[in-house]
Ligand binder design. Sequence first.
Ligand SMILES: Nc1ncnc2c1ncn2[C@@H]1O[C@H](COP(=O)(O)OP(=O)(O)O)[C@@H](O)[C@H]1O
Ligand SMILES: N[C@@H](CCC(=O)OP(=O)(O)O)C(=O)O
Length: 424
Amino acid sequence: MSSPHQAPVPRNAQDDRDDLRDDSRDDSRTTPGPADSTDATQQAGLRARATVAGGSRLVVKVGSSSLTDPGGLLAVARLERLADALAVRRSSGTELVLVSSGAIAAGLGPLGMSSRPRDLAAQQAAASVGQGALVAAYSSAFGRHGLHVGLVLLTVDDLIRQQHYVNARRAVTRLLRLGVMPVVNENDAVATDEMRFGDNDRLAALVAHLVRADALVLLTDVDGLYDGPPSNPGSRPIATVRSPRDLEQVNLGGVGSRIGTGGMVTKVEAGRIATGAGITTVLAHSADVDGALAGQEVGTVFLPTSPRPASRMLWLAHASEPVGGLVIDDGAVRALREKGASLLPAGVVGVTGSFEQGSPVEIRDRHGRPVARGLVTFGSDELPRLLGRSTRWLGEVFGPDHAREVVHRDRLALLDYGRDATPS
Ligand SMILES: Nc1ncnc2c1ncn2[C@@H]1O[C@H](COP(=O)(O)OP(=O)(O)O)[C@@H](O)[C@H]1O
Ligand SMILES: N[C@@H](CCC(=O)OP(=O)(O)O)C(=O)O
């Protein structure tokens, strides 16, 4: 176990555990980062880590960079070490869900691709080939411990449509009850540029919410969050993140590994989503999986920031990239915020961007302040002629199909609007 407030030096995914204790490391990195300065913070961090150690249901996410080598083949030894650690924890009675990236990366080698392709169809093909290799490797690695693997490939739709959401939760929880190790990934072979998570960090946070996990563990190729790019010798490790405010001075601009997606930005976002849903999150190097699961002071712990919200629309508030926007009047702001109403065409005064029916949009007031996000019922081509109209009028003129809300309340997540933003 590392000593309090002392996070190990960054290393890449090729390193083995002994490198962690390399005496030649830069001492400046052992200086605690900005959010670590008090005993109270450390104690809070330890308490949060205890929920990982004692949790009865955990979600563990591992990134592509930890599972594949630069040649685009699976790093089987590393994958087996991960499976060993999870199987040991599973044998103590903890239910584990593994969210594993690596499908696209693992497909590169077999398809003779030298780097991650940019075009969607090539990514889909790589994922299709790589996902098979990935699940075969997991089946064999967990099979050594007598565990079966159940593959669950999710699309964005599975986490936003109510029936799909309930279905996904039922599938994963039944696997857990049957003693199977669920391995979750995005269904990259059919994901589109518009509707995909892309990185698996936010997906993992939403899966943690889906299965009501006690904690989320994000495993990657760097040993925690730093206050600047880890390649910069002056960057200091951050052992504990108490709230998003602790991250205001943190430079997340560094790109991720060549093979992964999203870098630290999406991991921090995942931490924000999960902790906002009451779920402790630990970010650690994949080689530190044992320590992270045991609640040791490895990597960075993100403390829960609020009690768990029930909304399945959590993803909309945090994880979607709105493709367009709606401007609404003050009456509509009040209806959404105070009455939990759906957004009707009568309250919409403007449309921005170009989007299709079912797309995520940002809903703003007349002053440009974000009010909510939602999945829109009409495309941007159709909306302008509907604005300001009553649903009854729309039904009479355009037919019953148009007598609908622009965003149904079941497909809407309110944002933090702020006290000073109440419309007059
Ligand atoms: N402030 C920071 N602290 C830690 N890592 C950072 C930071 N900024 C950028 N990074 C980079 O994020 C990378 C991890 O992201 P990524 O490559 O997407 O991993 P994965 O494949 O595990 O999801 C690290 O290799 C690191 O270089
Ligand atoms: N679903 C994708 C994840 C893409 C990805 O690179 O994610 P990550 O390594 O977690 O940043 C895959 O399996 O390739």
